[in-house]
Design a protein around this ligand. Structure first.
Ligand code: SF4
Length: 249
């Protein structure tokens, strides 16, 4: 298929998914053939998707990016979640030689120094492991929601990711926090205790802070950067990011 037909197919799928509930959205994707991979950061959105996959025994692989800089609460939650739902969460790690190269060029915490250095760190610790997690996948399932930030306000249920040549599925695109919390309570879904301490969005420990009342959900991510569109690069085209090519390592 060409990119144009892939985009059209994703748009049709997006319309179909919009009419279904969460379990049916995931089941439809799993029925389409090819590998479906869900990448979880263990945040509340991703815990809900993991629960729906586990409780409905859906043939969807669950993977996480263990950057080596996660909160200990997040690391503990991986095991708790596997046990609760009887699933395996496959961890993808950064390559040690690339981590060492980054540290010698920028310093271990060099990401505070510039946007370029921050994107380079995310490139080594997140983007490259993500590429390995998605190798050969037809569908990539994520926990993106329209309400998370202005940058995500137009998130469709399905979209063609030309860079990775797969269809990205966002089955919670239209969910709000109250709906997530109700699902968690109804299904005894384990969640990261950091949510209750003011962290609605949880990434790597050195790059995440609690938010203040009234701040947007993702205001605690890379809070020192003065850019409303800050993302780690997982969900924006690489070409739109500064210095995320291999020479930036
Ligand atoms: S979130 Fe921070 S520590 Fe984690 S990969 Fe990105 S820059 Fe590095």
């Amino acid at each position: 298929m060409t990119a144009v037909t892939e985009h059209a197919a994703a748009q049709t799928l997006s319309e179909q998914l919009g009419a279904l509930d969460l379990a049916a959205r995931l089941a439809l994707v799993a029925s389409l053939g090819g590998r479906s991979v869900f990448t979880t950061s263990l945040g509340i959105e991703d815990q809900v998707i993991t629960a729906a996959i586990g409780l409905n025994r859906l043939p969807i692989e669950v993977a996480t990016l263990d950057t080596g800089r996660l909160f200990k609460e997040t690391a503990v939650l991986i095991g708790e979640t596997e046990e609760r739902f009887g699933i395996e969460i496959v961890c993808f790690h950064p390559e040690q030689d690339e981590v060492d190269e980054y540290a010698s060029r920028y310093g271990l915490n060099g990401f505070y120094g510039s946007v370029e250095a921050r994107h380079a760190c995310c490139g080594v610790r997140k983007l490259k492991p993500l590429a390995r997690a998605l190798e050969g996948a037809s569908f990539w399932i994520t926990g993106l929601r329209r309400g998370q930030s202005g940058n995500r306000a137009e998130t469709p249920f399905a979209e063609y990711d030309a860079e990775r040549n797969l269809i990205k599925i966002n089955p919670l695109a239209d969910w709000d926090i109250a709906t997530l919390q109700a699902y968690v309570a109804d299904n005894a879904v384990p969640v990261n205790p950091l949510h209750a301490r003011g962290y609605p969005s949880i990434g790597c420990e050195p790059c995440t802070r609690a938010i203040k009342p009234g701040e947007p959900e993702r205001a605690g991510r890379w809070w020192w950067e003065n850019d409303e569109k800050r993302e780690c690069g997982l969900h924006v085209p690489e070409a739109a990011l500064p210095s995320l090519n291999s020479s930036s390592l």
